[in-house]
Design a protein around this ligand. Structure first.
Ligand SMILES: *Cc1c(COP(=O)(O)O)cnc(C)c1O
Length: 389
C-alpha cells in the first residue's frame, strides 16, 4: 500500500546525510568531549563544528548556542531560568494562548507558585495584536514569550516588532522557533530575540536534541545542574551523535532553504486548492499570508476529524487532528478555539504538513482518498441525522 506521510510538523525523518554524519560518533568517535586525551578532544572539536552550523542558520554567535534535549527543555529553561534570575525584578510573564504546551504548562506551573501570566489572544488572522502586547506590560514584567510559528495553524507572528517592543521596555524576549527553524528566515540579531527554542527532529535531524539560543548578556539561571558542559550552562555529558546530527541538519536547512520553502509551499497550495475545489463544505484555518510553507489546516464540516484520521491511516496516509499533542485528549484544540473556530468545526479539522519528501503524486492520492472518506462519513452522518441520532 502507498504510504504518504503528511505530518512533518509532528516530526521528520532523519535525512541520509544527517544519519551518515552521526554514525561514526556512536562507534569509533565515542570519546567523552570533557576528556583531555585525543579521542575526547576529537569529540569536542566535532561539537564546536556543529555549534557553528546551528549558529549560522540563525545568525547567532556560536557561543550563544546551548545544546540540550530539544524544544520542550528549551521552553522550560527559558521560562524557569528567567523566572528565577529576575525574581527580584518582578513576577509577571506575557505569552499567548496559542503557545505549545511546553510553554503553556510551564507558565501554569509558575502561576501556582505566585507568578502572574498574561495570555494574549489572537485575531482572525492568527496573529497577536501589538498594541495589546504593549498594554499588557507592567513594571513587574520579566519575560515576553511569543512563538515564531504556530504548530497547528502555521501562523507566523510579527517577531521583529515584538522584539522592538521588548527592547524598548527592557524586557527579555523569548520565542519558541521550533516550527520556524528552516521554514521562515530567522536572524536573532535583526529580530531582537534574546532567547530562542530549537529542536532537531523538526528539521530532518534526530529526536531528543535541540538548543536554546541565549543572547550574550542575557541573565538566565541554569536549568540542569551538574558538570561544566555547555560552558557551564547545561550540565550532562553531551548527546554527541545527536549534536552532530543537529549540526548537519541545520547546515542542510541553511543551504537548501529556498528550495525547501518553494517545494513545500507549492505542494501545500496544491493540496489546499484541490481539497477546496473537490470537497464541499471545507475551509482553511488561519491566514495564508503569514504562514509556515508546509502547513494546511483544514476543516471538513459535519464530520469527525478522528474518524477521518483513522480511515486515512487505513489507506496509508498519516495526518493529525487539530493538534498532534492532543491526540490522547478530547479537549478541543486551544489554538483553533483561540482563532474563533466553533467547537463542532474544530472536531472536523485536520492538519496536513508537507515536507521535502512529499510529491505531487502523494497529494493526488491524498485528495482522492479524502474525497471518498468524506463522502462516506457524511453519508453515514446524514443517515444518522435522519434517524434522529
Ligand atoms: C515540537 C515542538 C516543541 C517540542 O519540541 P521537542 O523537541 O519535541 O521537545 C515545542 N514547540 C513547538 C512549537 C513544537 O512544534
Amino acid at each position: 500500500m502507498r504510504q504518504v506521510y503528511l505530518d512533518y510538523s509532528a516530526t521528520t525523518p532523519v535525512k541520509k546525510e544527517v544519519l551518515e554524519a552521526m554514525l561514526p560518533y556512536f562507534t569509533e568517535h565515542f570519546g567523552n568531549p570533557s576528556s583531555i586525551y585525543g579521542i575526547g578532544q576529537d569529540s569536542k572539536t566535532a561539537i564546536t563544528n556543529a555549534r557553528l552550523q546551528v549558529a549560522a542558520l540563525i545568525h547567532a554567535d556560536p557561543s550563544e548556542v546551548f545544546f540540550n534535549a530539544g524544544g520542550t527543555e528549551s521552553d522550560n529553561w527559558a521560562v524557569f531560568g528567567i523566572a528565577d534570575a529576575l525574581k527580584e525584578k518582578g513576577n509577571h510573564i506575557i505569552t499567548t494562548k496559542i503557545e505549545h504546551h511546553a510553554m503553556l504548562h510551564s507558565c501554569e506551573f509558575l502561576e501556582k507558585r505566585g507568578y502572574e501570566v498574561t495570555y494574549l489572544g489572537i485575531g482572525p488572522d492568527g496573529r497577536i495584536n501589538l498594541d495589546e502586547l504593549e498594554k499588557a506590560i507592567t513594571d513587574k514584567t520579566i519575560l515576553i514569550s511569543v512563538m515564531t510559528v504556530n504548530n497547528e495553524i502555521g501562523t507566523v507572528q510579527p517577531i521583529k516588532e515584538i522584539g522592538q517592543i521588548a527592547q524598548k521596555h527592557g524586557i527579555v524576549f523569548h520565542t519558541d522557533a521550533v516550527q520556524a527553524l528552516g521554514n521562515v528566515p530567522i536572524d536573532v540579531k535583526e529580530m531582537g530575540i534574546d532567547l530562542m527554542s530549537m529542536s532537531a527532529h523538526k528539521i530532518y535531524g534526530p529526536k531528543g536534541i535541540g538548543a536554546l539560543y541565549i543572547r550574550k548578556g542575557v541573565r538566565i539561571s541554569n536549568y540542569l545542574h551538574g558538570g561544566a558542559q555547555e560552558n557551564k550552562r547545561r550540565a550532562g555529558t553531551e548527546n554527541l551523535p545527536g549534536i552532530i546530527g543537529f549540526g548537519k541538519a541545520a547546515e542542510l536547512a541553511r543551504l537548501h532553504f529556498d528550495d525547501h520553502v518553494k517545494h513545500c509551499s507549492e505542494l501545500r497550495n496544491y493540496l489546499i486548492d484541490e481539497v477546496l475545489k473537490k470537497i464541499p463544505d471545507t475551509a482553511v484555518n488561519g491566514t495564508m499570508e503569514y504562514r509556515h510553507p508546509g502547513n494546511a489546516n483544514i476543516t471538513f464540516r459535519y464530520i469527525e476529524g478522528e474518524a477521518m484520521l483513522l480511515l486515512l491511516d487505513a489507506k496509508g496516509i498519516s495526518v493529525s487532528t487539530g493538534s498532534a499533542c492532543s491526540s490522547t485528549s478530547l479537549v478541543p484544540s486551544h489554538v483553533l478555539s483561540s482563532l474563533g473556530v466553533p467547537v463542532e468545526d474544530i472536531h472536523g479539522t485536520l492538519r496536513f504538513t508537507v515536507g521535502d519528501f512529499t510529491t505531487k503524486e502523494d497529494i493526488d492520492y491524498v485528495v482522492e482518498t479524502l474525497a471518498e472518506i468524506v463522502e462516506r462519513l457524511r453519508g453515514i452522518s446524514s443517515v444518522n441525522s435522519k434517524k434522529g441520532w
